[in-house]
Design a protein around this ligand. Structure first.
Ligand SMILES: Cc1cc2nc3c(=O)[nH]c(=O)nc-3n(C[C@H](O)[C@H](O)[C@H](O)COP(=O)(O)O)c2cc1C
Length: 333
């Protein structure tokens, strides 16, 4: 159950310490140029290595397994993978018995009866977001000329990101952050009322990124304390442009032609260097854990490109639901 989309369909697979992680994309129009260097450029923004990210170093090199021929999409399912190489599974020997608080060790153990791969968080690892970024590369081409960009605007409650990381590192702690995303150039009319509303589809994709705790559109939660006349966005011309953008570019679940604006809350990684209380499932006794392994101090540093990708995926699907699978094909030739 790891698939998204009605027409632009994305499935991600793999485990943190397995052979590969990867993605299969079905429903991608034929004739789209594919440039591995461009894909790698986007993947580079997700990679670890910077201050505040995990010391685990993966090459992240993408390998095309199917669906691309002579540099163009063929219309058949596209699969890309990358190999896992920098794994240290011994750090996770106790994970099935001594679950990390806040991680998926306990829920996965119960749901899958102890059969899930727990090494490095297994299928729950942030490593799986590699496939989301790759799918985002194709989705961005579908929504073109619309463009999407996201940035980290605060960390640990501080707009000085560097300072927030230094404080956290000194305490062997992890911190969360807020990432803001803006999409320009989407047409009016994407999204369906109720279940496939633009907000619902976008949120469903956003919450497929591990460690996301909240989302708000436009003015978001602050709207609850505004007067209606202040919150309404005055329409200034027949294209639907508005003077303000409190609604974040969506009305009635449908894009209104203005900039889409939303923010997400990323939690602190559950794996901190601080001792925490948990349970030893071998004897049902309470115990403590100090998490081993290599982890991100600030996951949110790596999230902007992932968020851009899932937003593009959500709108690629909504665009094709509105206009059909082949509407884009001739734009790439
Ligand atoms: C890019 C990325 C990197 C992550 N790195 C870590 C990490 O180093 N340590 C950790 O405990 N969780 C990390 N996570 C979060 C876990 O995958 C996530 O918290 C866990 O799967 C439980 O899911 P939940 O937080 O959505 O409930 C990362 C998430 C992302 C998106």
């Amino acid at each position: 159950m790891n698939s998204f989309g009605k027409i632009f369909r994305v499935s991600i697979f793999g485990e943190s310490h397995g052979q590969v992680v990867g993605v299969t994309i079905d429903g991608c129009p034929a004739g789209m140029p594919v440039d591995i260097a461009e894909i790698s450029e986007q993947l580079e923004r997700r990679r670890s290595g910077k201050k505040g990210t995990t010391p685990r170093k993966e090459s992240d090199v993408p390998e095309i397994m199917s669906g691309v021929f002579n540099g163009f999409t063929t219309g058949a399912p596209i699969t890309l993978v990358t190999r896992n190489s920098d794994t240290r599974s011994a750090d996770y020997e106790e994970s099935p018995f001594i679950p990390r608080p806040g991680h998926a060790d306990f829920t996965a153990r119960v749901k899958y009866g102890g059969f899930s791969d727990f090494r490095g968080g297994g299928h729950f690892s942030g490593r799986l977001t590699w496939g989301l970024v790759v799918a985002g590369y194709f989705a961005r081409k579908i929504i073109f000329p619309a463009s999407v960009s996201a940035k980290l605007i605060s960390a640990g409650g501080n707009s000085d990101i560097e300072k927030a990381i230094s404080i956290a590192e000194a305490r062997q702690e992890t911190i969360g952050g807020i990432v803001e995303c803006r999409i320009d150039g989407l047409p009016v009319g994407l999204g369906e009322p109720f279940f496939m509303s633009a907000e619902s589809v976008l949120s469903s994709m956003v919450f497929s990124i591990p460690a996301i705790r909240g989302i708000e559109f436009g003015t978001g939660f602050a709207a609850a304390s505004m007067f209606g006349s202040d919150h309404n966005d005055s329409i200034s011309d027949s294209s639907g442009s508005t003077d303000t953008n409190h609604s974040g570019g969506i009305n009635g679940g449908i894009t209104n032609g203005n900039q889409i604006v939303f923010r997400i809350a990323v939690k602190p990684a559950s794996s901190t260097g601080v001792e925490q209380n948990t349970i030893d499932l071998r004897n049902n006794k309470r115990t403590t854990i100090r998490v081993r392994g290599r982890h991100d101090t600030l996951i949110a540093l790596r999230v902007p490109v992932i968020l851009e990708a899932v937003a593009a995926i959500a709108f690629a699907d909504l665009l094709m639901i509105d206009r059909g699978i082949n509407f884009t094909s001739d734009r790439y030739i």
